[in-house]
Structures are given as structure tokens and as C-alpha cells.
Design a protein. Sequence first.
Lengths: 333, 333
Amino acid sequence: MSGPTLEDVAARAGVSRSLVSLVMRDSPKVSEGRRRAVLAAARELGYRPNLNARTLATGNSGTLGVMISDLHNPYFAEVVDGVEAAAHDNGMEIILGTGGRRPAHERRSVERLLQFRPAGLLLLGPVVETAAIEEAASQVPTVLVARSVRAGHVDTVNDDGATGSALAVEHLAALGHRDIVHVDGGGGSQSSVRRRGYEQAMRRLALSRHLRVVPSEYTDIGGAEAARALLAGDTLPTAIVAANDFNAVGIIGELSEAGVRVPQDVSVIGYDNTHLAGLRHIGLTTINQPREEMGRLATETLLQRLRGERTRAARHLLHPELVVRTSTGAPRS
Amino acid sequence: MSGPTLEDVAARAGVSRSLVSLVMRDSPKVSEGRRRAVLAAARELGYRPNLNARTLATGNSGTLGVMISDLHNPYFAEVVDGVEAAAHDNGMEIILGTGGRRPAHERRSVERLLQFRPAGLLLLGPVVETAAIEEAASQVPTVLVARSVRAGHVDTVNDDGATGSALAVEHLAALGHRDIVHVDGGGGSQSSVRRRGYEQAMRRLALSRHLRVVPSEYTDIGGAEAARALLAGDTLPTAIVAANDFNAVGIIGELSEAGVRVPQDVSVIGYDNTHLAGLRHIGLTTINQPREEMGRLATETLLQRLRGERTRAARHLLHPELVVRTSTGAPRS
DNA sequence: ATACACGCTTGGAGCGCTCCAATGAATGGA
DNA sequence: TCCATTCATTGGAGCGCTCCAAGCGTGTAT
């Protein structure tokens, strides 16, 4: 059932367990002849090293654990691409767990990941409480992506959400909008930063009295609900800064359903510049986050710490950029 | 570095290693007083069982390995939802690996998953060669989703792709289309089944001479390329059966770019009925696969085998259904 | 009082691997 | 030819856990 072991390979190749172990970790101090014999024996038996045993013996699994908050949001798939590329470049592997955007689910997922004793942990957009993050970080080096936390020993990689939201508001204001609403990401990571950016920008542009926040979450369903709430209200705003792209798509869908045209009647701007925003049907104006780069950077930050090259917490903040497509335009006059 | 062990907890609680072990696996044969003392000690120390050690000792990790062919395709996220729900219902956890739609990448990912000695393996839409699948399956019970394979000991869960494609063709034919092209999923899993279904349906409807297949793949970029190829040709078909939803979205985007309206000029039908298809912007007519149910079924099939309730290979084939939205209509006359 | 059973608890062996110190073989210099 | 040195190879201990047979203490029947 559990497959051949080192011992079996050793017996077959007529050498010792230790020698096979050396070959498997391709040590230079094995003669060419023996190496070939061992490899042949291993292949014949279909031998596959038992990572559990190896990790137990070395205390190092050569694996990074990655927790993805929401498997449905393409944002994370794009970050994972960067993570995986960087990990492979450094000879490490990754294993993933999903959080389902629910704290309890995330805790469970992280717990399982930790039980495998990964060398490090990457949490992508976690919504779990800070305490749980700190607990994980006390166990193993941890990097957060798309979530900031005050804790001293946790590295973070984020885009500058306040600036990003401000870019969105400024873009809309420049088009002539004044009644600009923000649909909020709720408990989602970074949502409060984005909201604050929106509020500050509105104030800076002397639009405080138009300030209005509709609660929602980082999903298209949430966006649709927020749109319904707006439609049910007295006045529709002329522009909406959505929580993220996914959310924006839900908003736009619901608005068109109600006969409200985007951008003629209402402009909508997303956040993240996921793949989705770029689809030609959707053509969502949005704020770009360099997702793949963030994944790479997060991984490299983690590896630096693993190599002991840094002990102070790193706080990477990347620049967001406005990407104008077709979901925003001048307000009706 | 590696955290407290059973031994530490035992020392703190003033009991033996074995007793702590029993408590951790909540065995009924521990007195209430000791149990509480042990749990308290464990909490104080922040003890977390080492799954590597446990798996090594028992030969059973209580974990299912799941390989996702393409993290970007929402289809798989939806299957994973079902997998995870079913796994949790049965007290198991899952860990994920990604395949990036590339055989080499998939092999590597599966390899890593296997090294953790999971109780079973679920491969979602693998594109890797059959031999690699069989090799994995010889190691550990394996279930394939969205990919069929002849091998005797591998269970599969698929929708009936031939029927699905036929539904698509029949729908278009009923609308009055005759020049119906199929954009093919290339090396992607199940693409040949879908193509065959298309061809058979075309013949059955006496449309053989319109039979035309454009090579592509299961991505929107692939779809856009296929659309460009069609646009560059002599005559545009009046309808397109796309490889999958993702692919259809790429096709539609490229067509609209070229000023070809969907469905007025060309009807397009997808496959999978992912979340994407349902977005109101997109409103893609497509073929539904019960994705979450497939995930559940696959997991339960795997668990059955793990419990030794079945030794013969299971071949589940689920019914696809036509979902009509707005991307299909009658051809211009 | 004695025997017995039952329930809780324990130490030892072993899972498959790595690491280390030690062994044996081969090489080169005197 | 002999010894020092290098190089390839080996056995033993130990990683943290589970499993098992055996131990201990209490209660009940005799």
C-alpha cells in the first residue's frame, strides 16, 4: 500500500540505505556507477521519497503553504502564478489551501497547512482575525498579500489602496462627477483602506457632502445586492467606486437589468484589474494591481526571511494605476 | 523553531506521551480529568500535532490531494467547492496543487502531492498523458474529473460531452443555423469528446458539408485567436460552438472588436455554464455541467474506494443541459 | 482476605528518512 | 613498501508520532 522505501531500493541496488538517501538528494559524493545503479533500482520499483519522513528528519519540507482566500476570484489565481514562479525558481514547491472567504474556513485551512510543517506561509487576502494570523506567524515565517496587519513579525505585500481609491475618485471627478458612491468590501481584506482612500479623496476634492458608502462584499453577488439597494433609494449616484472588479461586475449587471446604462447613466469603476475587467464584454475601468509581481515579491520576501537575511518586518507597498476602459464616462448633464 | 511536541505537552501535564496522543485523537478511554489537563497544557504551549509524524506512523494522512488543471478557469473553483464540502462531511481535509494547463507542470504538482502520501487523489481536468495518470493511480486511489481514461483502476466523473455538444448543435440548428463551426479545446481534457459530439450531431442533422473545426484551447486568449482565424477566412459561419465558456468569451470579445455582433451576426455557445457565463454582461448560452455535484460525487467515489466498498472502476457520466441566454439567436436571413 | 475483571495509563518498538561519526578503499608522496 | 590523505560508503541514533502489550489501581464477587 505505502509503496517501496529507501530500504527496498537499497536492497535491490545492493547498497546501503544511506547511499540511496545521498543519491536521492543528489549529493556530489557518490560515484557515478553507484548513482546509476541506485537510480535504476528506484525506477524499477517506482520509488517515490516519502516527504513526511524527510520533513520529520530534517525539519524542513521545502514547501511553502499558500492559503487562497477565494478560489473564485481570479485576482488570486494571478497572484498564485507569481508565487509559484518564484518558488520554483528557488527550488521550492507550494501547496494550496482555500479559505472560502470565511474566517472559520480559513483557520481550518491554515491549520492543515501548518500541520504539514511548511517552510513558510503565504496568506492571500485573508479575512481571518489578526490574532489568528499572528498565531500562525509565530509558528512559521508568514507573508501577507492583500492584507495589512500591524504585527511586528509579519511581512506584507500590498498595493497602496488609499492611493488607488483616490485615483478612482479623481478620475471620476475629472470626468465631471460629483455624486460618487463607494461600494464597500465589508470584511474583505483591504476594504477599509480603500474606503478611507475614497473618503479622503472626496474631502480633498470638496465633495464631502456627496460622501456615501454602501456596504457590500468582494463578490459579484454582493455587487448586485448593493446595486439593488442603490436602485431602491431616492437618487442614483452618477458614479460608483466598487469594492473590486468582481463586485463591479455584479453592480453593472444589476444596473443594466434595471435599464440603467453604464456608463451613460452611471459610471462604474472596479479595483484589481483582474483578467475579468479586461474582457471586451466588460471593459471595466479599474485600478491595476501588479498581481503577478506581488506574488513574486511576496515569495521572495518570504525566502529572504527563511535564509535569515532579514529579521525586521517588510512592508511592501506597490503602486496602483488607473486603467481606463469603457465603464466610465462623463455624467449626463 | 519546530514547536512543541507531544513530549513537551506530556511533561507539562504530568502524564505520558501516549496519553497525550490518545487525547489528541480524542479517544474515549481517557478520564475526564486527565483529558482536561492535557488540553490545557497543549493550549498553553501552542501545541499543534505534526502531521508528518502522524502520517509516518499511521500511513494515513486523512488528506486528499487535489490537482487543479487551471486555477484561472472558474469551472474548477466550482468543482473544488463540491470536493471540499464532501471531504469535510467525511472528516477529511484537502490540499491543492495547480497544473497550469501544462503536462510537465501537472506532473510536478501531482508528484509533490503524492510525496505527502495523501489518502487519495483527485485530478481535475488533467491534460497530462494517460501513463502519468496510471502511474499515480497505481500509488494511491485516484479519481478523474473532466477527463476520461480507459485504465481499469481509475474512477472517473464526467459529463456526457458528446451529448452536450449535440445539444449545442441541435439548439443552433433549431434556430435555423446550418453553417456551424466548432472551436476545439486542443489538448484540453474532454475536448476530443466534445468535438466528436459536434461531428456526430452535424452528420445526424445532414450538415456534414458544413462541418468545420478550428483548433484552439480552453482559454479566452485561445478563443480570441480562433476568432481572428475565422475573421481572416473567406466566410464567417453563422454560429460557433466554442470549446468552453472561457473560450467563448474570448471569441465574442474578438468578434465584437471586429464589429461582428453576437448574436445578430454570429451566434456563440459555450460549454460548462461557469459563473462567468451567467454574468449579465456576457449572457452566454452554454451547456451546463453540474460542477459542484461533480466535485461531491468524485469525492464520494474516492471515499468509497478508500473504505474498500468497491474495487471495480466507476464511470460516472452526468447529464449536461442546455442553458439558453442571449448569445444565440436566429441567423440573419 | 483473595481472586478477578475492568478501566486508565504507560514504555517500547517502529514508521521512512537524514545526519553524523566511523569505516574501508584507493591514491599519492616519501 | 608504508603511511597519510582523500574519497566513497556505511550503521546507528533520532525526528514526532501511533500502536500494542503490559502495568497499575480500584471495585466486585467469592
